[in-house]
Design a binder for this molecule. Sequence first.
Ligand SMILES: Nc1ncnc2c1ncn2[C@@H]1O[C@H](COP(=O)(O)OP(=O)(O)OP(=O)(O)O)[C@@H](O)[C@H]1O
Length: 281
Amino acid sequence: MNEILSFNNVSFSYTPDIKDSRKAVDNVSFSINEGEWIAIVGHNGSGKSTLVKLVCGLLFPQDGEIRVMQNVLTEDNLWETRSSIGMVFQNPDNQFVGATVQDDVAFALENNGVPFEDMVERVHLSLKQVKMDNFLNHEPHHLSGGQKQRVAIAGALAMRPKLLILDESTSMLDPQGREEVLQTVQTLRDEIGLTVLSITHDVEEALLADRILFMNAGKKYAEGTPQEIFALGDKLVEFGLELPFATRMTNLLQSEGVQLVGQHMTEEELVNDLWTSNFNK
Ligand SMILES: Nc1ncnc2c1ncn2[C@@H]1O[C@H](COP(=O)(O)OP(=O)(O)OP(=O)(O)O)[C@@H](O)[C@H]1O
């Protein structure tokens, strides 16, 4: 399987000259293979943003190495590396540079000298991939938050990235917008094998990933499938994370004596268990 990104014992401190100061990222190792969706979760200050800045080469580690597409990230290959990474940020209103949706998606292509016909094709395809192809001439400020983030994803896709980073990209959206964006990312992962790294506080979003990296105080506390991570239960709560709604509801029902076979992460699983354990005997 093709490795897209790896961190090998990476450490970074904002204050390396101060002895024994806490590292923002402390001896972290992980890798992402092509087509995987990895979610990084952790409480405020756990090192998530620093980790993203290291991936993009805005910061360089004092220890360890970062490989993007199997090449060690250095100042020399920084621009080439950045061009293989698409980013979608938190605030949908801070990401628009074009007067219309298609201008906006075309912006980076134009700056990179992509020939006109190729550019038009890429703009149309990427807007189609996020189901925004009916909005080509719309002005961005007339779109909903979810639609704006989908256009931002299209802008990233048009550059044909090897890795899409979602940095708290759903945290400012209403539930519908959030759902739209997550649905879009899931479809892109399933249909075009997009590789995704998402940074999130939202446990329900993290559930959609193939693997979760759980950060605490700069260190990788745990890594595993959503099932493995949410099985940590109270440890997650202790480190400032919520459990998924269905897990909290399962715990509550069990504490009230309702019979349930397992721990559940989705409402569908919980409803099925409730039904088979209690009503369908
Ligand atoms: N520019 C900076 N200068 C000094 N220390 C910093 C700087 N940015 C972050 N830190 C510190 O590095 C540590 C990790 O912060 P970071 O922003 O990476 O965490 P985070 O998990 O992204 O938090 P949040 O969810 O609040 O964005 C924290 O202790 C933070 O105070």
